[in-house]
Write a protein that binds this ligand. Structure first.
Ligand SMILES: Nc1ncnc2c1ncn2[C@@H]1O[C@H](COP(=O)(O)OP(=O)(O)O)[C@@H](O)[C@H]1O
Ligand SMILES: [Mg+2]
Length: 529
């Protein structure tokens, strides 16, 4: 009579016995569906964890109830049998009697249908470890194989978009550090006042790092000295055209191009900017255009900020260096309006024109170095990219990196508050590894999401994830330590998930990685967190 308990047993309908009979008949049908069908006895064991025994028990009760309410599956919590069941979950452990006791009878087909059809795989199968994949409750390592992507015909470039404080720079430094550790090279343009990438590069290996502070240089960026008269001539031409505000087809432009013709520059022994200035002065004795150019150039040679180009006492940038950082803090730059408006541009002060031209030179030098050896991974990184792409030359160089970098083993790593700074729609679509950090402004969040994955900005839940769900600020206006570095990641294959960037456990590397504009020297709390 036990079996009929709680049912309208007398009428014989809806009782447990009926259900059992139905199950049995279904079971026979399933087993007989094919000659090859087999019987399977499977025991489902679920481990539930908690910080305390009470918490674990509570969660176990919740799980049990959830399965019975929603999935009509009864879990037992056998007192005294739990230790044996725990061990039974480990591969290779012999199954004990209790395991067989809880076996569920099923068929091969039905058992196979239990295989999960979703995947939370994210990132590459090998490569540098830069984050944990948080998509499920179990954090899994998330790897980035830049070299593998490049040799597999994907660009290998990485874009990071999000508001200040979201974790962009930390992510960049994690990646750059790992690139260095694996024998790669990196070049960075750093505009922060705290010189955060300078500190970072020095900490990696002072003997391998070269830091060029544009306003207080220890190295010369004169392309004629770095690359020699022949190879440096075209770069010097790019620089001088921008610096002297010379249009390519004007008389001055033509003259400059002639003087800096590769062969002529070499023959004339133009091995540094001073030699070029002397040559123009010499030509200027007979030629008005040359005299004007020499006059303009002289203006820069005399300024303090001109030292990075004209001071021959400085050693030329060391190309063998494995980590080069250009510090551009304090370098004046024209506003976007001044660049776009021809009349305003013509009125630019020398300092802004110098800054503008230097960005063109820096990106050009970066390309020369990164594109040199196609068999070596050389990453060009630019944080706060808007400064670079504001100028047409800077944008063109980023474009070129994104389009051709793969062939030369040279991916770019860029970060900005707004993904639209990564160039026009076509250009930014070339970045395959996309990372979104927190962006609390809904409009900017939408624009970043649209770049992340087309159509995503239209889904309110996604916007909410980016505005509220990534490294949210606590009541004290600080991000709780355990939630720093959260981001959405779309990997080179287009798979998406949530990650948390993973700072190196090496204390020195962690300290260098966490050096931020506000805290040049990170606090002990940051280093150990
Ligand atoms: N993975 C991480 N682990 C620990 N702290 C992190 C992590 N990512 C970022 N942070 C912290 O979050 C703050 C903001 O990071 P930062 O990279 O400077 O942001 P952004 O460059 O976007 O302005 C810093 O205090 C940094 O130390
Ligand atoms: Mg930053």
């Amino acid at each position: 009579m036990d079996q009929q308990e709680g049912t309208a047993a007398i009428t014989g309908s809806g009782g447990d016995l009926d259900i059992t009979a139905r199950d049995l008949s279904e079971w026979h049908q399933a087993l007989g569906a094919s000659d090859r069908e087999v019987e399977i006895q499977a025991t489902f064991i679920v481990a539930v964890a908690g910080a305390t025994a009470d918490e674990a028990t509570e969660r176990a009760q919740f799980t049990k109830k959830f399965f019975s309410d929603n999935l009509e599956f009864q879990f037992d919590i056998p007192i005294g049998g739990q230790e044996k069941l725990w061990w039974a979950m480990w591969p290779g452990h012999p199954s004990e009697r209790i395991v067989k006791e809880f076996a569920e009878l099923t068929t091969g087909t039905q058992f196979a249908s239990l295989a999960p059809l979703t995947s939370t795989d994210l990132g590459d199968g090998s490569g540098l470890l830069f984050a944990d994949n948080l998509t499920t409750g179990v954090p899994l390592p998330c790897l980035l194989d830049l070299w593998g992507q490049i040799t597999g015909d994907v660009s290998g470039s990485i874009g990071i978009a999000g508001e200040p404080g979201g974790g962009k720079s930390v992510a960049m430094k994690i990646i750059l550090g790992a690139v260095h550790d694996r024998g790669g090279r990196f070049i960075v343009i750093d505009r922060t006042d705290a010189k955060e990438y300078g500190i970072f590069a020095e900490s990696i290996d002072p003997s391998q790092a070269t830091i060029v502070d544009l306003v207080d240089p220890k190295w010369s960026l004169d392309p004629l000295r770095i690359f020699g008269a022949k190879a440096g001539a075209s770069q010097m031409l790019t620089l001088c055209s921008a610096l002297l505000g010379v249009k390519a087809r004007s008389a001055a432009g033509v003259m400059l191009a002639d003087v800096l013709n590769e062969r002529k520059a070499e023959n004339a022994g133009l091995t540094n900017a001073h030699a070029l200035l002397a040559r123009l002065t010499e030509l200027g004795q007979k030629d008005e255009t040359a005299r004007e150019l020499a006059g303009l150039m002289n203006l820069y040679a005399d300024t303090e900020y001109g030292a990075v180009l004209f001071d021959n006492d400085l050693p030329p940038l060391n190309l063998a260096s494995r980590g080069i950082v250009f510090l551009t803090h304090g370098v004046a730059l024209p506003t976007k309006e001044e660049i776009d408006n021809a009349a305003m541009f013509d009125q630019l002060g020398l300092d802004k024109l110098f800054g503008h031209a230097m960005y063109a030179l820096l990106t050009r030098i970066a390309r020369e170095i990164c594109f040199r050896d196609p068999n070596e991974l050389a990453v060009f990184a630019a944080d706060e990219l808007a400064h670079v792409t504001a100028s047409p030359q800077g944008l063109a160089e980023i474009n070129r990196f994104l389009r051709d970098g793969r062939k030369h083993g040279a991916p770019v790593l860029v970060a900005s508050q707004d993904a639209r700074d990564f160039g026009d729609e076509v250009t930014r679509s070339l970045i395959k590894n996309r990372i979104l950090t927190r962006q609390t402004d809904p409009l900017a969040a939408e624009s970043n999401l649209e770049w992340f994955q087309k159509g995503f900005s239209k889904i309110p839940a996604n916007v909410q994830t980016v505005t509220e769900g990534l490294s949210p600020l606590g009541a004290d206006n600080k991000v709780p330590v355990e939630r720093r570095g959260e981001a959405l990641f779309r990997d080179a294959r287009g798979r998406m998930g949530k990650i948390r960037t993973r700072v190196s456990r090496r204390p020195d590397r962690a300290a260098a990685t966490l050096s931020t504009p506000k805290t040049v020297k990170p606090s002990a709390e940051q280093v150990t967190s």
